[in-house]
Design a binder for this molecule. Structure first.
Ligand code: UT7
Length: 320
């Protein structure tokens, strides 16, 4: 019920290499690259996440040729914006001159796919014709920088797409396999409430890498099978795979059984690391701007993340 009419992205200026991390962590470029495929990542220093989200939204809107008044819904996939309220979506809406309903959605790394499916429902039920989807993640502010097993994996960034009513989306599947310990990032407990009796859990992200790895390979494989079946396509008929960029080994392992040509699987993990929900957005924008996609090409987005969540969406490309 929708097609992708415009894309945008914005990354922090500062690039941190694996060697930079090895200056203060017991790690190496060799370990990180061979285990994950990551060489470097962008990290917030002087920028606000809000500003990156707004910049990416404005680029996507210019690309789609839409103004703030044309937008019927603003959705933002993020685990934590700069402010709890206003939502990041409201901050973006103000900056782009939109008065449409605006809200944030947290489905961890699968957030953009959840937003695409919500946009599809709004459009299918006549509540919207043009939807602005933004994703922005400040992973560097959620990590324990003394935990080498997790902090080396992530990067910061923002991305956006404008979707419009019309033929394009072919199918989507969303899932959760709830597991509240595999990836856990506690919120601030109680602030200074004199009534709060609950102790503060350590604030940084904790992750059971091995468990998440196994879940990811299975979940991505299953979601691909399900979404292709819904669209009436074989995995080999997909022109471009845009998988969540968590670990190149996870991507390879989950796609192995489909015998997909490597050139159809798009990657930017070596340059950006895992930017949570934002990864597939930045990937989409990068390859759209390179002119990789041709009208009629079938793009398959697939992701997994904290929750644990997973999903896949197939969209036929329409733009030139
Ligand atoms: O968006 C979702 C986010 N989550 C994920 O994507 C995580 C999925 N999991 C993974 O990607 C992988 O499990 C990791 C990359 C996290 C780890 O790779 P692995 O091949 O499963 O390594 P491992 O956990 O088995 O660790 C092997 C060794 C351990 O040492 P010992 O116990 O064997 O002596 C770790 O302590 O590597 C050690 N290690 C490191 N060494 C150097 C862990 N992190 C590092 C590091 N540098 N950064």
């Amino acid at each position: 019920m929708f097609y992708i009419a415009g894309t945008g992205s914005a990354l922090p200026e500062k690039v941190v290499s694996n060697d930079d991390l090895a200056e203060f962590l017991d790690t190496s470029d060799e370990w990180i690259y061979t285990r994950t495929g990551i060489r470097r990542r962008h990290v917030l220093t002087h920028e606000r996440l809000d500003d990156l989200a707004i910049a990416s939204a404005k680029t996507a809107m210019a690309d789609a040729g839409v103004a703030g008044a044309d937008i019927d819904l603003v959705l933002c996939a993020t685990m934590r914006g700069d402010t709890i309220t206003p939502s990041l979506a409201c901050t973006v809406a103000e900056a782009v001159g939109s008065h449409a309903p605006a809200f944030d959605l947290n489905a961890a790394c699968v957030g953009v796919l959840y937003c695409m499916e919500i946009a599809d429902s709004f459009i299918a039920t006549g509540k919207a014709e043009t939807v602005l989807i933004v994703s922005a993640e400040a992973m560097s502010k959620l990590l324990d920088w003394t935990d080498r097993a997790s902090c080396v994996l992530f990067g910061d960034g923002a991305g956006a797409m404008v979707v419009k009513k019309g033929a394009g989306r072919l199918a989507g599947v969303l899932c959760s396999d709830p597991d509240t310990r595999a990836i856990r990032m506690p919120n601030i407990e109680g602030m200074n409430s004199p009534y709060n009796k609950i102790a503060q859990e350590p604030l940084a992200m904790h992750m059971d890498g091995g468990e998440v790895y196994k879940f990811a390979v299975n979940a991505m494989g299953h979601r691909i099978e399900e979404v292709c079946a819904k669209a009436g396509l074989a995995p080999g008929e997909i022109d471009w795979y845009l998988p969540h960029q968590a670990n190149v080994r996870i991507i390879d392992a989950s796609l192995k059984k489909f015998k997909i040509e490597k050139s159809k699987v798009l990657l930017n993990i070596s340059e950006c690391g895992n930017m949570s929900a934002t990864s597939v957005m930045v990937l989409l924008d990068e390859y759209a701007k390179k002119g990789t996609f041709k009208p009629g090409d079938k793009l398959l987005f697939v992701a997994f993340g904290g929750g644990l969540t997973s999903g896949a969406v197939i969209v036929e490309w329409r733009k030139n």
